[in-house]
Design a protein around this ligand. Structure first.
Ligand code: GAR
Length: 193
């Protein structure tokens, strides 16, 4: 099985969807640990339910992002992690991780990139009044929500939708698209040495 780490900062619903999909006998990958940048992220409790180790990266303890990533890299290598799945990780990755995992870091974004990058992809699309938004899975490069797109799924925004309605539909789409796309990437050998 391909060994993957998930990075999350928040609720962890995508982390959960990924972990559930990976329970299937024919899923070619496993999550070996969760990385969080907040000790109290709800994702931590989910990892505990799954008996998965959690690595808390407290950036404040390091003098630079580079130093924080260097320390994380040691752990990733000790666990023989082959690829990284960002699932609501609200930090920009630096060169240290991107160079160590070139083309092997995947991100999910709750909008149809290049539209509505940033932290508030759902709300920004909602407020712009678009009739269609969606979900994007892409490989991570040094930019913010840039990097080659590997999959997208459109999501309709109906005239009577509240922001909460749209958010719920986006999340449902994410929970389907992310595991499916990760499976395809693993099968294509993207994380192979
Ligand atoms: C997801 O909607 C994800 O697409 C988004 O954060 C949410 C995390 O939810 N990521 C970004 O906005 C990245 N720019 P979760 O913690 O329930 O998986």
């Amino acid at each position: 099985l391909t060994r993957l780490a998930v990075f999350a900062s928040g609720k962890g619903s995508n982390f959960w969807a990924l972990s559930q999909a990976m329970q299937a006998d024919d899923f070619p990958a496993e999550i070996v640990f969760l990385v969080v940048d907040h000790q109290d992220a709800p994702a931590v409790a989910l990892a505990q339910q799954l008996n998965l180790p959690v690595h808390y990266l407290n950036y404040a303890n390091f003098k630079s992002r580079q130093a924080a990533e260097q320390s994380l890299l040691t752990t990733l290598q000790a666990y023989r992690v082959q690829g990284i799945l960002l699932a609501g990780y609200m930090r920009i990755l630096g060169e240290t991780l991107i160079k160590a995992y070139p083309g092997r870091i995947v991100n999910i974004h709750p909008a149809l990139l290049p539209n509505f990058p940033g932290r508030e992809g759902i709300k920004d699309a909602y407020e712009a009044g678009v009739a269609e938004t969606g979900v994007t899975i892409h490989l991570v490069d040094a930019g913010i929500d840039t990097g080659p797109i590997v999959a997208q799924a459109p999501v309709r925004r109906y005239p009577r939708d509240s922001l909460a309605d749209l958010t719920e539909r986006i999340h449902a789409s994410e929970h389907e698209l992310y595991p499916k796309t990760v499976q395809q990437l693993v099968e294509k050998g993207v994380f192979n040495p």
